[in-house]
Ligand binder design. Structure first.
Ligand code: 26V
Length: 841
């Protein structure tokens, strides 16, 4: 495509222009005279999708031919971010589209910016799933992402009077050009009822599930193109529909009105996303969602397998299921049910297949995040699955008894049924029992899993718990979001780094090169200027782009310690107030993130940030040196602007709490320096970039355990540290709440009397470290050098490396390259090809 004659290129551009016009007219039903920006966005997107469709159909055909093992990534969340720009970059068509748009009188950037992102995820876990899909396609590994097509995604956040307010997200209302509905692939999913025993003609005893409700799952496919390869995998999202041909009389809902009511009830299942970090106990709809996702996906995998093979004995050789956290863990009993009850395999054979098919990724160590379902609720919704779980658990506990005779404590801990109080089904134990491999998401996290959370499992199955450190895709997180940096890097070292991120090491020799440093600084400044302009437009806050941009964007949670950041800001504020002639290193503090709607403390922390911002941004004595900005409604799209503009990345969770973090990687790749604790992937980031290029502070996991054992007393720190006392006192006395002492009492009390995440123990070390950061920022050369070295040494954190590790350590899968001759596109964008002659049909 690159060695094209000007004539040929002109022809291609003209074709694209005609395709825009065709799509505008035929699909949107408008002409350029009446088209809205949304019409143009849809027309351009359809034009691109038509081209992608060609690769997609080809990839599927290749799969059928070669019959390789397919990775099926099961996840309750897929946070895709906007598609158009990413797809243009991956298909290498950005320049063509930009030119065709310009010649049509359109601005491609404006069209790209118009896209509303699907909010089908709440944070790192859902975004990781999509980085992995990008890498799977780019590495040409056959894969399907299975998820839920929530009608309402993650809520939209507005900040009203400093508080978070939630608004529903109707992401589909303007149309979604990327998905294709596949009604012929629909599946049935059952709920409720009871089970009964029957005997087959041969006299074999079997179980039949008599559900009370059957609904339909209809898939919508979104193509996921790899970067400049011919492989296009897809994301298959399931949506509920009521069962059209169902015999209502059997369930005494024979009248029309209750039939309609049933339809609405069925559709409710995929209505709304529950954020992954929300307490979900007892939410029946959530369990329905989990089962719905799992049942549709497993049926789909089995159907695909049986279209090419006569039996399911070798199912696991062709399908590798990956459970993204425990949300899809009900796959364990569901696969057993499909094999035993529907396909009539014997129990032991079915268990062998199941345990070879499924693997499980753990994404958190927080005890309160371990999913469990009240037994009654589980049994009333999935009676057959509960029976299967009982039977699996019985056999499993027999094994434990044989290996550890008389160890009742271990038996109780490892049981899938929690019987220590009210009875629950423990999803972590279910996933661990049914998985071939269990993995953690960063070295520290995996070690803590082995040593603590899953120690019993590690002892019983040595080697089953493995580590695969998270990674992020450099395509979206550098090429799409930071075009200036992309150009600078590519000019310096060529373009191979986008598919082999280790190539960035070749920037190292340039870290001290004055001209390169200058160019590097210019990129960052321009990115900062873009952001400052956006702020000014939105909130009328005026910022000098030369000050340090100090950023913390992530879900709001006490363990992530946004309020430690605030204590630092208040400390700086106090220093200036105490000494008005003091000149500090000026900073813009940027925050962004959503709090789970029912999480009281997280919502107070947002209010605190905004209240401190209100006082500081309006105080002429300090506002030239400190400014605070809370970005409302943080999203992937905002991430595209934020990671490229940051000078300092705040990764300050309590050690041992953040399983990995992935924002930390995105910042560092884009040349931000990190201030962070030894937590999650920070540990490995520091190892890679060098300890001299990372601002470390805080207690280690070991020190925290020791301190907790000794008896942690936050009050001691408070009493012995004057500036800490002053900072907390300012919050307590109502300085940031117009004298209201009640507003932040819960935050102050929790810090002074409990402080579960030990902010006070880390406070002084954090402040000292921030002072070092400030001093270093004044030395432009040293800072820039460190910034270049951070980017240069981030090769490890490409999701390509993660996926290659999963392929080797967990899945045992290989790439399956798709060869394809480029063909000309006819006017309407639909492309025909014949395999041998390459002629157009
Ligand atoms: C769940 C819950 C549920 C109960 C209330 C509090 C709470 C807090 C956190 C969670 C974690 C849910 C799982 C999750 O989102 N884990 C994130 O996964 C990312 C990708 O591996 C990783 O980078 C983050 O460190 C990890 O928090």
């Amino acid at each position: 495509m690159t060695d094209m004659s000007p004539d040929e290129r002109n022809r291609r551009i003209n074709k694209l222009k005609r395709a825009f016009a065709y799509n505008l007219f035929c699909r949107q039903g408008v002409t350029s005279r009446s088209a809205s920006l949304n019409d143009y966005y849809l027309a351009v997107s359809y034009t691109l999708r038509d081209r992608m469709q060609h690769f997609f159909v080809n990839s599927v055909e290749k799969l059928l031919e070669k019959d390789p093992k397919i990775v099926c990534y099961l996840s309750a969340e897929f946070l895709t971010g906007p598609h158009l720009h990413n797809n243009l970059v991956n298909l290498g068509l950005y320049e063509d589209f930009a030119q065709a748009a310009a010649e049509t009188g359109l601005n491609l950037k404006e069209i790209i910016n118009h896209e509303e992102e699907p909010g089908l995820g709440s944070g790192g876990l859902g975004r990781l799933a999509v980085c992995y899909l990008d890498s799977l396609s780019s590495l040409q590994i056959p894969a399907i992402g299975y998820g839920i097509r929530y009608e309402y995604g993650m809520f939209n956040q507005k900040i009203v009077n400093g508080w978070q307010k939630e608004f529903s997200d109707r992401w589909l209302h303007q149309g979604n050009p990327w998905e294709i509905k596949k009604p012929v692939m629909a599946c049935e999913v059952s709920f409720g009822g009871r089970t009964e025993i029957y005997h087959t003609e041969k006299g074999i005893r079997r179980i039949r599930w008599r559900p009370t409700r059957v609904i339909m799952g209809v898939p919508y496919d979104t193509p996921i193109p790899g970067y400049k390869v011919n492989t296009v995998n897809y994301l298959r999202l399931w949506s509920t529909e009521s069962h059209t041909s169902f015999d209502f009389s059997e369930f005494n809902t024979g009248d029309y009105y209750s039939a309609v009511a049933d339809k609405l009830k069925a559709e409710a299942i995929t209505k709304i996303l529950y954020p992954s970090d929300e307490q979900i106990e007892g939410k029946q709809l959530r369990l329905q969602q989990q089962f719905f996702l799992v049942s549709c996906s497993l049926q789909d995998m089995i159907r695909l397998h049986l279209s090419r093979h006569s039996s399911l004995h070798n199912f696991y050789e062709h399908f590798q299921g990956q459970l993204n956290d425990t949300h899809p863990a009900v796959a364990v009993p569901e696969l057993m049910r499909l094999l035993v009850d529907i396909h009539l395999y014997d129990w032991d054979e079915a268990w062998k297949i199941t345990r070879k098919t499924l693997c499980y990724t753990n994404h958190t160590l927080l005890p309160e995040a371990m999913e469990k379902w009240p037994l009654d609720l589980f049994g009333s919704l999935l009676p057959r699955h509960l029976e299967i779980i009982y039977e699996l658990n019985r056999c499993f506990l027999d094994e434990v008894r044989i290996k550890y005779p008389g160890d009742d404590g271990r038996l109780q801990r490892m049981s899938v049924i929690d019987e220590t109080g009210p009875r629950y089904v423990r999803m972590v134990n279910l996933a661990c029992m049914g998985a071939k491999v269990i993995n953690g998401v960063a070295a520290l996290h995996t070690n803590l899993l082995r040593k603590h959370t899953l120690a019993d499992w590690d002892a019983m199955y040595p080697g089953k718990i493995r580590n695969v450190t998270n990674g992020v895709t450099p395509r979206r997180w550098i090429a799409v979001s930071n075009p200036r940096l992309t150009q600078l890097i590519t000019e310096a070292i060529g373009e191979k780094w986008l598919t082999n991120l280790e190539e960035l090491r070749r920037l190292e020799p340039l870290a001290d090169d004055a001209a390169f440093q200058e160019a590097w600084r210019k990129v960052k400044e321009e990115n900062k200027r873009d952001f400052a302009e956006l702020m000014e437009c939105r909130d009328n806050i005026c910022v000098d782009p030369s000050v340090m941009f100090d950023v913390q964007v992530k879900r709001i949670h006490e363990y992530k310690r946004q309020h430690l950041n605030i204590l630092h800001i208040i400390t700086l504020y106090s220093r200036i107030k105490a000494n008005p002639s003091l000149r500090i290193t000026p900073r813009l503090f940027v925050f962004g993130g959503k709090a789970a709607p029912g999480y009281f403390m997280a919502k107070r922390i947002i209010k605190l940030i905004n209240s401190v911002a209100q006082v500081i941004n309006n105080d002429p004595a300090v506002r030239d040196q400190i400014k605070i900005f809370f970005i409302p409604n943080y999203s992937v799209k905002i991430g595209h602007i934020v990671y490229p503009m940051a000078n300092l990345s705040e990764q300050i969770s309590q050690a041992g709490m953040e399983a990995s973090g992935t924002g930390n990687m995105k910042f560092s790749m884009n040349g931000a320096l990190t201030i962070g604790t030894l937590d999650g992937a920070n540990v490995e980031i520091r190892q890679e970039v060098g300890q001299e290029n990372f601002f470390l502070f805080g207690l280690t996991v070991e020190q925290i355990m020791e301190l907790r054992q000794k008896g942690y007393r936050p009050m001691d720190y408070y009493q012995n540290n004057e500036s800490l006392r002053a900072a907390i006192e300012l919050i307590r006395c109502g300085h940031f709440s117009s004298g209201d002492r009640e507003l932040f009492k819960s935050i102050v009390d929790s810090l002074l009397y409990d402080d579960r995440y030990m902010l006070l123990a880390d406070y002084q070390d954090y402040i000292d470290c921030q002072d070092r950061v400030s001093r270093l920022f004044e030395d432009k050369k040293s800072w820039t050098r460190m910034s270049i070295l951070n980017t240069a040494r981030m090769g490890k954190f490409s999701s390509d490396r993660s996926i290659l590790e999963y392929s080797r350590k967990v899945w045992d899968v290989q790439p399956c390259p798709v060869e394809l001759k480029w063909q000309e596109l006819p006017e309407d964008g639909i492309l025909f090809h014949s395999k041998d002659s390459g002629e157009q049909a």
